[in-house]
Design a protein around this ligand. Sequence first.
Ligand code: GLP
Length: 260
Amino acid sequence: MEVIIQPDEKAAAEWAAQQIASAIEAKPNLVLGLATGNTPRKLYRRLVDMHRNQGLDFSAVTTFNLDEYLGLGPDHPGSYRYFMRENLFDHININPKLCYIPNGLTDDVLQECETFESRIEGSGGIDIQILGIGPNGHIGFNEPGSSLGSRTRFKALTEDTRLANAEMFGGQENVPRFVITVGVGTIQEARRIILLAFGEQKAEIVRQAVEGPITCEVTASALQWHRSTVFLLDEAAASKLKRRDYYKYAYEHKWKYLQK
Ligand code: GLP
């Protein structure tokens, strides 16, 4: 686990975009795990720029999104399929057939979850997983109490998560109660993980995820066990880390010993 602290959100988005661009150049059929929410918006904007101005080629890339609300179709503005089209897919040359998001309108949730897992496996597994973190420490929609070995499945949202997502739906009462989410165990199988967190309001939960115990109360803490995770933070989100100066020092100096 590495903690990388960038001066601001823009610099962090640039860092993550560069990682993805180099990975696509090295492996054009890269398998990307994608997240929704406000946090990755700048990263997606930067990837769109790289496609437009530098010819970054997504034509062979496969993507898997973490989650979807049950009951919402792709044309509902609150659905994650809609979000991904608006923020990324419609602006790059990706093959829509290779963009997998759980189907929120499925009438067979168990089958949908099983199919999603086997598609990830069939793709050869996720090369880079992008994550945000919910105010209660969730990754995907793995709410507190989720098994750290969980797979793609049905999940009920907590009220604090419904509140956090209320704006998109014009009020907490309109936020769907049930979702399909990939599991913590599914996420752990990604080869590399980049978790983005920005702003002071994420500082306390980032502290718990990075420096607290591994616990299902904060599902992001499971990443402490992952072999190649970066917590990519701005100064504000890093502000409560007790080893903040150490992380900065280690990152600044590692280039003397490792190739950039
Ligand atoms: C939702 C998503 C998560 C996301 C989280 C944080 O709950 N399911 O994948 O990380 O929101 O959202 P934001 O980035 O808007 O803070």
